[in-house]
Design a protein around this ligand. Structure first.
Ligand code: GLN
Length: 467
């Protein structure tokens, strides 16, 4: 699939379509859709911006590549003046006082947000069912889940309701829904894109990233959003991924690693396993060097991730007590007010994580659980450092199982947590990792060493050609 951004840009520039008509078409599609991807449709906001783009074109001015391109925003990003709900009751009527840096950069480039997208509440989930707006539906089979937490974003891209969308990935929330809906989804190196204005889930792994139908569009959007931001001290300056990275293919002898225990696990679906192995055979025949690697058991990755993610989200969500943000229910005193507000307005899954997180951090347990998880995280990071001395990229499935039916995850949260087995480890390592809709039903995950986004694109381009 070629770049939809470039195709639309040319049409706009050559006056084959007006920006207002383009934006209106997306708004109409979103309104008519029953995929339940939209928390709020930004009619007035988007049409206003579209008129300005049309005016510019009418005046004979040239427009930038992203100018007038409609995009979606996961409903955990602040966009000044619009509702930002995190798919929760607590923030259902909360209006953003300012705009997130990543979104602001896209606005500055002229892109037009058309929708705040359904997602799991506060990013808590793997299916987009933990939302007060009702589950988003899978783009390929509407009886199945959209994936989570950035489900609405992935479905909008897959259905072409948005040209691209901005998801958020703490432990897989861009990569997994991208895989479930057959589109590209990138989690960049931790710190490559500012988190300022993204509602924090687990601050130490939260990442901003693009979801798009093509590698080209993924790269364009990534480059626009990247860079140091004084408002997020974990960000760094980075060189843009060049267009060349997308044209090249991998040279013969490139070392492609895979984690043996991921593939040998009994928990891995038989078809996904067979497809993964067939992919390796093909790549070997193409002259690649396939390197089997040892790694931590995926249950250790899941436990480590959830211990830390719950601890961080319990701390981050402590600010939502009815005082400063969103809904407030008063009680007989301040303390009761806090407790009613939080009990009534967080979802069951979010409360499970707050309770779990506070347990992990509490006196008498923190040494045993939280500190141990931190130590494990360091060992995992160290393991990755060593692995990427031996290989150029690591390939893995995105998920151990095919896309679940709507309703299954809600019955069994443990199964849902285990569905993150292959994504959370790379989040703990802060590594860049890309889902490409290739090879397996839920896609292939391509991972590289920190700051090596370019090779992800080259590898995906190569896989696209040979598979
Ligand atoms: N499914 C994982 C979780 O629930 C990841 C979510 C995310 O990346 N926001 O924590």
């Amino acid at each position: 699939m070629a770049s939809a951004i470039k195709a639309l840009h040319n049409k706009l520039q050559q006056k084959e379509i007006s920006c207002v008509a383009l934006v209106q078409e997306k708004l109409d599609q979103l309104k008519a859709s029953d995929y339940n991807t939209a928390n709020y449709i930004l009619d007035e906001y988007a049409l206003n911006l579209a008129q300005k783009v049309d005016q510019k074109i009418a005046n004979g001015e040239s427009i930038g590549l992203l100018e007038g391109i409609p995009f979606g925003v996961k409903d955990v990003y602040l966009l000044q003046g619009t509702y930002s709900t995190a798919s929760s009751d607590l923030l259902r009527k909360y209006k953003s006082p300012y705009t997130a840096t990543a979104i602001q950069k896209l606005l500055d480039a002229g892109a037009i947000p058309v929708v705040k997208e359904n997602c799991d509440s506060f990013g808590h989930g793997s299916s987009n069912e933990n939302t007060v707006f009702g589950p988003a539906k899978n783009a390929i089979d509407a009886t199945k889940v959209a994936g989570g937490s950035s489900g609405g974003s992935a479905v909008n891209v897959a259905k072409n309701f948005t040209t691209f969308s901005i998801g958020g990935d703490t432990g897989g929330s861009i990569r997994q829904p991208a895989g479930y809906n057959n589109v590209y989804g990138l989690k960049p190196t931790y710190g490559k894109i500012s988190r300022y204005g993204l509602m924090a889930y687990a601050s130490s792994t939260d990442c901003v990233g693009p979801i798009a139908q093509s590698l080209e569009d993924t790269q364009i959007v990534l480059n626009v959003m990247s860079g140091a931001d004084y408002r997020d001290q974990t960000t760094f300056d980075s060189t843009p991924v060049s267009d060349k990275s997308l044209d090249q293919t991998l040279p013969k002898g490139t070392k492609i690693g895979y984690y043996k225990n991921f593939i040998e696990s009994d928990a891995l679906n038989a078809t996904i396993k067979a497809d993964f192995k067939a992919m390796l055979t093909k790549l070997e025949a193409e002259g690649m060097e396939i390197v089997p690697l040892d790694f931590f058991d995926s249950s250790i990755l899941v436990s480590t991730y959830y211990a830390l993610a719950m601890a961080e989200t319990a701390s981050n969500l402590a600010r939502l007590d009815g005082t400063n943000y969103g809904v407030r229910t008063t009680g007989k005193d301040l303390k009761e007010g806090y407790s009613i507000t939080r009990s009534e307005n967080f979802t069951t899954e979010t409360k499970r994580r707050i309770v779990g997180g506070n347990q992990v951090l509490s006196q008498g347990h923190s040494e045993e659980i939280y500190n141990k998880a931190q130590q494990l995280r360091q060992q995992i990071s160290h393991h990755f450092d060593e692995d990427f001395k031996k290989v150029d990229v690591v390939l893995s499935p995105v998920t151990p199982n095919p896309v679940p039916q709507i309703g299954n995850n809600l019955k069994d949260p443990m199964t849902m947590y285990l569905s993150d087995a292959y994504t959370v480890g790379f989040s703990l390592g802060g590594l860049p990792t890309l889902t490409a809709p290739l090879a397996m039903e839920t896609g292939v995950q391509i991972t590289a060493a920190k700051k090596q986004e370019a090779i992800l694109f080259t590898c995906a381009n190569f896989l696209k050609q040979v598979l």
